[in-house]
Design a protein around this ligand. Structure first.
Ligand code: HEM
Length: 152
């Protein structure tokens, strides 16, 4: 068990206090924030500037308040699931953490702080889930075709 790191704890707890971005946990206090059920504003402090036209949950609900709300992804095994964000714009964890700090918390992590958060995220690596892949129904001429964002 590594020694307790108060700085890291502060960095990580800080983010969960704000809005519990992607906490997945047990216990009464935070179950309401389970990542799987939570959509969060992407760009709390500073708007996110990306190349894709995706505007998040608003595309499903039609509500302006849902603009740029995206599903907060689980961080379990995040080390193994590059690229990051809905548009895959961040290629590495340090890059994703830097963006999160800036646009979600209004902070600029030092390289050491960033490295600590990345080291923490890597502790969330475990066995990859092993499940049977679903068999999708066969497609036919009448099957709606995919409409990628940039083709709209
Ligand atoms: C130090 C604090 C934080 C760290 C280290 C962090 C880390 C990350 C990482 C690594 C991802 C990419 C995951 C992936 O694509 O698989 C991510 C995405 C995301 N985070 Fe955070 N996060 C932090 C703070 C927050 C906060 C405070 C919120 C909400 C208020 C939040 C909401 C989100 C959302 C909605 C996404 C998905 C964005 C998208 O798909 O484009 N995060 N975060």
């Amino acid at each position: 068990m590594p020694a307790r790191d108060d700085d890291l704890e502060r960095l990580v707890v800080d983010r969960t206090r704000q809005d519990a971005g992607h906490v997945e946990g047990e216990g009464e206090d935070i179950t309401q924030f389970r990542g799987g059920n939570s959509f969060q504003k992407f760009g709390v402090i500073e708007p996110y500037k990306g190349d894709s036209k995706a505007e998040g949950r608003a595309a499903v609900t039609g509500k302006d308040a849902d603009r740029f709300n995206f599903k907060a992804p689980t961080l379990r095994n995040v080390e193994m699931t590059y690229p990051y964000f809905h548009d895959g714009a961040a290629n590495t964890l340090p890059e994703a953490v830097d963006t999160m700090a800036r646009i979600q918390l209004g902070k600029k992590f030092t390289p050491e702080e960033n490295a600590k958060v990345v080291a923490f995220l890597k502790t969330l690596t475990g066995d990859q889930p092993n499940f049977k892949l679903p068999i999708l129904p066969p497609s036919a001429d009448a099957t709606p075709r995919p409409a990628p964002f940039d083709k709209k």
